[in-house]
Design a protein around this ligand. Structure first.
Ligand code: SF4
Length: 318
């Protein structure tokens, strides 16, 4: 029984089925679009390409995380408090969002609307990415149009299934100015789709996963003639970086297996190795987005300059 070719086809079908649930995405601008690069959104809709197997598997990780969280809410007996994949639509324009989890009350039963946007990650970031924040703010805006009154908030729930960690970025509220800006971005994208405007590029960490990167003007580099030895060193740097990346990946997996054996606290010496696991207790950190939102004056008073540094990027030119 050869499973891999089977799954290569199956994951593509699964991916297509999941996209179908969101309707014809070429006909509207969604919440994940408004926070994205306009060029990528335009090309995705005009010239859709099927992602490779690895990317589609990573997409599926997001669906798995949502199912897991739904199961946990259900197991904890709060299923009656929320709906999943709730569609909210702008009354005048083809702008819409699909909300992962929409709660109608807090756990204590007090009525409120609370959006939970789930992000499956490989390593929980210190702060939510700007594209996530835009996505949530757009959802909050569309929901506010539908429900002009009452308490309304949202959070981004990150889950790292490999590391077994979750983190909630909480405290997001409807922001009229931001929503207006995001709507104008969405309308601009619709103009691009109608060939009335030129889609602009906006670079972010997501460029690394972009299928339209190879001919992206934002990624274009001037042609230069590098000295042979510099070119060789740069190629060596790329090669070593790939080895380091692969080593990091393997180390992460071995680390999980070792910690599964040791538990959080362990000390032991064998003939060849000392094995020690210890736990660093939780500590308090300042929640910067919350500080900026609730105490903007204090936030600006405590800002300090971070020293700059030189960044070196070497990537194979293919
Ligand atoms: S590479 Fe980055 S800037 Fe270029 S189209 Fe893709 S997401 Fe946009």
């Amino acid at each position: 029984m050869n499973l891999i070719p089977f799954f290569e086809t199956a994951v593509a079908v699964l991916n297509r089925n999941k996209s179908t649930e969101l309707g014809d995405r070429t006909k509207y601008i969604g919440s994940s679009d408004v926070g994205s690069c306009a060029r990528k959104v335009y090309l995705q809709k005009k010239d859709p390409t099927e992602p490779d197997f690895s990317t589609m598997l990573k997409f599926s990780r997001g669906h798995v995380a949502e199912i897991l969280i739904d199961d946990m809410f259900t197991a904890a007996g709060v299923k009656h408090l929320y709906d999943t994949q709730v569609e909210v639509i702008h009354p005048n324009h083809p702008l819409k969002a699909h909300i992962d989890f929409l709660f109608y009350a807090d756990f204590n039963g007090k009525p409120e609307l609370h959006i939970v946007e789930v992000k499956s990650v490989n390593g929980i970031p210190d702060e939510p990415y700007p594209s996530w924040i835009d996505q949530l703010n757009f959802q909050l805006g569309l929901l506010r149009l539908k429900h002009p009154k009452g308490k309304l908030g949202g959070s981004i729930l990150t889950i790292d299934l490999n590391a077994g960690q979750m983190h909630q970025f909480n405290g997001f509220e409807y922001n009229k100015t931001l929503f207006k800006y995001l709507c104008s971005r969405g309308l601009n994208m619709l103009d691009c789709m109608a060939e009335k405007a030129e889609p602009s590029t906006s670079t972010s960490f997501l460029c690394g996963y972009c299928s339209y990167r190879s001919d992206c003007p934002a990624m274009a580099l001037p042609e230069v003639e590098l000295p042979t030895e510099i070119e060789a060193k740069a190629n060596k740097y790329v090669e070593l970086n790939e080895i380091r990346y692969e080593a990091d990946r393997k180390m992460r997996s071995i680390r999980e297996e070792l910690l599964a054996f040791t538990g959080p606290v362990f000390k032991g010496r064998s003939d060849t190795i000392d094995l020690v696991a210890s736990t660093v207790g939780p500590s308090m950190v300042v929640d910067s987005p919350l500080l900026r939102k609730q105490y903007p004056d204090i936030y600006h008073e405590v800002l300090k300059e971070r020293a700059g540094y030189t960044k070196l990027e070497c990537k194979p030119n293919c």
